[in-house]
Design a protein around this ligand. Sequence first.
Ligand code: ADP
Ligand code: MG
Length: 361
Amino acid sequence: MKKFFLMVFCIMFGLFISGCSSGSTKQTNTDAMRQTEKSSTSSENQDEVSRQIFAMDTYMTVTAYGSAAQEAVDKAANEIERLDALLSTGDELSEIAQINQNGGGTLSSDTSYLVERSMELYEDTDGAFDITIYPIMEAWGFTSGNYTIPSEETLQSLLSLTDSSQIKFNKETSTISFEKEGMKIDLGGIAKGYTSARIMDIYRECGIESGIVNLGGNVQVFGTKEDGSQWRVAIQSPEEDGSYLGVLSTQDRAVITSGGYERYFEEDGNTYHHIIDPSTGHPAENGLISVTIISADGTLADGLSTSLFVMGKDKAVEYWNAHSDEFDMILLTEEKTLYVTEGIASQFRSELEFQIIEKGE
Ligand code: ADP
Ligand code: MG
């Protein structure tokens, strides 16, 4: 069993490089985090406050600049812990676990918002994004770490529970119930993007003008760097050598990547990863290795990174064509062809050749 915390896409050159080792194991990453902590406390930049947190099964770094930075970072850390406790399927006391156990219930405002957004994504993506995937996640052992390949029979029977159209959700009363017994939901495909979006709200409320969060590879930047220049976000490569696909210059954006290489297990020479195609119950194998979504909306970026990975390149391009005002994307195919949509092409630098996807293609 291998579990890589390939979390890091955010090499802010110089400043953030030490927190951004990739392809490392849990242990090595802990060391990297300690180093970052050391370097940030000894940082020459007096305005910078940075904090590392382990939550949502990954390492997170929140950083803010300016006189309110300490307050903003502390509030951000509290928010991460609050949302983790609310949304973690593995914690039987969490709201989501209780809903799953009871087959429904009343949702808090955060969860209600996330269920609503997830149902919208389910509709918009033709079912590629489906939070009722949880029983399938359990069957593969992704929820417990006891990985196993389920029989086709098991998957077929669980697929009848994988259907977000069978969720009864009432926005006015924030209540949810499931049409079929045994249905369970999992907000893991969207929770980190929502968390980074919430941190951006906190930064705004605190009067911060410059900040960045890296939630296990899900990066969201607030404003510009302190000197007014754009953030430089490295897009991680699936290779385990710490290389990256390129660097995106950006501001006020979430940059969120989904890849089959992030969490997987190996059996009999095959790899099985944690992004499931709801139409088959198997790990999605539709020709993409990595999908990065760039959007001002962190929740959307996270939901779409999972969805478009499931869709595969052609459907992803079609989807982008219909929603190009909401997001841009970077795709890497199994043939190692790199595609970048036109909205960000001029801000993307790479040593690799890449093709620009233009509208209407
Ligand atoms: P990560 O959480 O590793 O950054 P993703 O954002 O792609 O990666 O989310 C993967 C998680 O989303 C899985 O661990 C699972 O909880 C959930 N998930 C898997 N497949 C789907 C799917 N088709 N639709 C919605 N959620 C999914
Ligand atoms: Mg996602």
